[in-house]
Write a protein that binds this ligand. Structure first.
Ligand code: SME
Length: 166
């Protein structure tokens, strides 16, 4: 059995250190990208506070297609350059959005979402997927969250067989 025991009241850097240790355990146990992403979505959704959606979109023929996630059913295809996810993928740049209503072209899959962070996942220098996390609270994601999630993305890129996606 996998147990989640993280003190949510500790400083963000310490929290993400522990969080990423749990993530590393999941990744080292299973390198298949879909299985790994499914478990990581569950971990993110269940452990992070104030999150209503956490998951992955996978690059397929110049579109992002819905991958493993936790949360409400979501839009299945996002063209490159559209919305927060499509912008992160086309620009290969993290998008940390304090207020989704202020982001031109934001795609509202769940009306509850108020803020969002999207991080590209690379294989051989190319974006093969994005990690998307939504919150029902504005300004939910801080620079410290971003740092912790960058480390998570590094663990994913090093540990999951992302080549299978491309
Ligand atoms: N809001 C995202 C779409 C995906 S959902 O949030 C799950 C966007 O604008 O790209």
């Amino acid at each position: 059995m996998f147990s989640i025991e993280i003190d949510r009241n500790q400083p963000a850097s310490a929290f993400y250190h522990e969080f990423n240790q749990l993530a590393e355990g999941l990744i080292s146990a299973e390198a298949d990208p879909i299985a790994g992403m499914a478990n990581l979505s569950s971990l993110l959704f269940n452990v992070l506070d104030d999150v209503n959606w956490a998951g992955f979109y996978l690059m397929q023929e110049e579109q992002l297609v819905l991958g493993p996630f936790h949360g409400q059913p979501a839009c299945t295809r996002i063209p490159l350059g559209r919305g927060v996810c499509g912008t992160a993928a086309s620009e290969n740049a993290i998008q940390r959005i304090a207020d989704v209503d202020a982001f031109p072209g934001h795609i509202s899959c769940d009306a509850a979402s108020q803020s969002e962070i999207v991080l590209p996942l690379l294989h051989d220098g190319k974006v093969v997927a994005v990690l998307d996390i939504d919150s029902p609270v504005k300004e939910r994601f801080t620079e410290e969250d971003e740092k912790g999630l960058i480390r998570l993305v590094e663990l994913i890129q090093d540990g999951l067989h992302l080549a299978k996606l491309s």
